[in-house]
Design a protein around this ligand. Structure first.
Ligand SMILES: [Zn+2]
Ligand SMILES: [Zn+2]
Length: 157
């Protein structure tokens, strides 16, 4: 796995070239336990020199081991950047263009602020802490009973 994504502009094909590979996910510099990248950043890019501009476009994908912000459960998910685009000004002296920072920023910007294991995750009960995805807790049952009680109270006539 490479720890830098470099485009060698001196050898770049005039009609453009595909760049595919995996970049070490350490380049993302993510700390903390909520989102742990694994298996590297997959990139599938097309680079072309247009005059003085190096244009690079393609997709990025990164797998994460995550902790759900609602229920605290572990889950895996993939962040994809379907429209990664970078334009770099080059001159006669340019040999390599380093896209590592752009890759890092694109992935980081695509991360969810509050990762959830599934859109309808029920989270944990605020009172007893039980994971409600595994079933209702005692407190929920009481609440439900209260609600029925309130409805009964409305049926006066
Ligand atoms: Zn969850
Ligand atoms: Zn509860």
């Amino acid at each position: 796995m490479n720890d830098k994504l470099l485009i060698d502009v001196t050898r770049l094909d005039k009609d453009g070239e595909d760049f595919e590979g995996v970049l070490d996910d350490a380049v993302l510099e993510l700390d903390g336990d909520l989102l742990r990248p694994f298996a590297g950043v997959r990139y599938d890019l097309f680079a072309q020199q247009l005059g003085r501009e190096l244009l690079v476009r393609g997709t990025l994908a990164q797998d994460f081991d995550a902790v759900c912000s609602r229920c605290g459960g572990d889950f895996d998910f993939t962040v994809t950047v379907p429209d990664f685009t970078v334009s770099v000004e080059t001159d006669d002296k340019t040999e390599y263009v380093d896209l590592t920072d752009e890759v890092r920023q694109s992935i980081i910007l695509s991360l969810p602020t509050y990762p959830v294991c599934r859109p309808d995750c029920l989270g944990v009960c605020a009172s007893c802490g039980k994971n409600l995805n595994e079933g209702p807790c005692e407190c929920t049952r009481e609440e439900t009973d209260d609600r029925w009680g309130a409805l009964d109270g409305l049926k006066i006539d």
